[in-house]
Design a protein around this ligand. Structure first.
Ligand code: NAD
Ligand code: UDP
Length: 337
């Protein structure tokens, strides 16, 4: 298949491009480099052993999208979005513009070009504060911040389009907590500034870029009092995208699918696993809860197995080992322009 990967120069997109190329698909990366990097594109090419096409462009530009979609694209994977919950609370309009308007433009361009297959990056954030864990796709959808709203609205827009165009197929992949890196250490997560997420923060403490970790809350009703999440290796996510995009031609309509391991891991369990993987101490202090955090959140991933034949292969140990290999080889991440 010829696949347009919007946001393919970013963290999950770059790993997915390598996995798509390994399956023999033709990949076109489309990214405005707001949080991606040309170095990542170069490294994807190196890992794939192929000169994958890269077009610098914005999903909010109908003209740029028309250009890349005009040339026999079979499917689109849409990763392109802003993703910081805290930033979305201070700059909601930027999130609505990028994530919602960007999705509308992409759907318009696909409709115009007759491209009917879409895989969309959604998030477990659409479940808000879950009433029940593990979380099933049929759980109540509710959001607690503008980032979550942008994902929920984008999901609704895609679902409505599938209702109106019976030949339009879409899979909404709801990721739990993506972590880890390609085992080569060549590509990985490269947050700009101070990381908001646990794994990159821990990793930067281990490598000496930050003095210690603040653990947000030690009084949750969880086994050790710290927050519990479903961490999922980015290599497993990449594999799920390949399966989802390959399955689109034989599916119809719009379906939402959880991508997680089905296992909850606490902050302190993750810290210990990272200490083992890296052989470094991770000093930490337990501080107040972070506003908006939920106590525990993990997936029921059974639908992914039923529909895609996918289940997670990697555990927390591999997630930490691979994240550490990437961090050690690239202590300052990619070269940004
Ligand atoms: P990322 O920031 O590394 O990748 C997103 C890419 O999209 C970047 O390369 C960025 O430059 C590009 N981009 C952003 N806006 C664009 C625009 N308007 N036009 C063109 N390109 C644009 O993020 P990621 O972690 O790889 O996340 C990918 C997707 O998965 C996002 O949609 C995100 O919301 C979703 N997601 C991420 C997580 C996570 O924890 N990483 C969890 C759940 C869902
Ligand atoms: N966390 C933490 N310190 C940090 C970052 C995160 O203790 O510096 C905790 C956070 O409270 C949550 C877990 O780690 O319990 C995962 O947080 P992350 O931001 O990675 O993901 P999300 O909140 O989106 O699930």
């Amino acid at each position: 298949m010829k696949i347009l990967v919007c946001g393919g120069a970013g963290y999950i997109g770059s790993h997915t491009c390598v996995a798509l190329a390994a399956r023999g698909h033709e990949v076109v990366i489309f990214d405005n480099l707001s949080n991606g990097s040309e170095d990542a594109v170069q490294r994807v090419r190196k890992l794939s052993g192929r000169p994958l096409a890269f077009v610098e462009g914005d999903v909010r530009s109908l003209e740029s999208l028309r250009m890349v979609l005009s040339d026999g694209v079979d499917a689109v994977i849409h990763f392109a979005a802003l993703k910081s919950v805290s930033e979305s609370c201070s700059e909601p309009l930027a999130y609505f513009d990028n994530n919602i308007c960007g999705t509308i433009r992409l759907l318009q361009a696909m409709d115009g070009a007759g491209v009917r297959n879409l895989v969309f990056s959604s998030s477990a954030t659409v479940y808000g504060d879950p009433q029940v864990v593990p979380i099933h796709e049929g759980a109540v959808l509710q959001v607690t911040n503008p980032y979550g709203r942008s994902k929920l609205v984008a999901e609704d827009l895609i679902r409505d389009l599938c209702g109106a165009r019976k030949d339009f197929n879409a899979t909404l992949l709801r990721y739990f907590n993506p972590v880890g890196a390609h085992p080569s250490g060549l590509i990985g997560e490269d947050p700009l500034g101070t990381p908001c997420n646990l794994m990159p923060y821990v990793s930067q403490v281990a490598v000496g870029r930050r003095p210690r970790l603040n653990v947000f809350g030690g009084d949750y009703s969880t086994p050790d009092g710290t927050g519990v999440r479903d961490y999922i290796h980015v290599m497993d996510l990449a594999d799920a995208h390949v399966k989802a995009v390959e399955q689109l031609n034989s599916s119809s309509g719009c379906q939402a699918i959880n991508l997680g391991t089905g296992h909850g891991v606490s902050v302190l369990e993750l810290v210990r696993a990272f200490e083992q993987a890296s052989g470094r101490d991770i000093p930490y202090t337990i501080v107040d809860r972070r506003p908006g955090d939920v106590a525990a959140c993990w997936a029921d991933p059974s639908k992914a197995f039923e529909v895609l034949g996918w289940k997670a292969k990697y555990g927390v140990r591999a997630m930490c080992e691979d994240a550490w290999r990437w961090q050690l080889a690239n202590p300052n991440g990619y070269r940004r322009h």
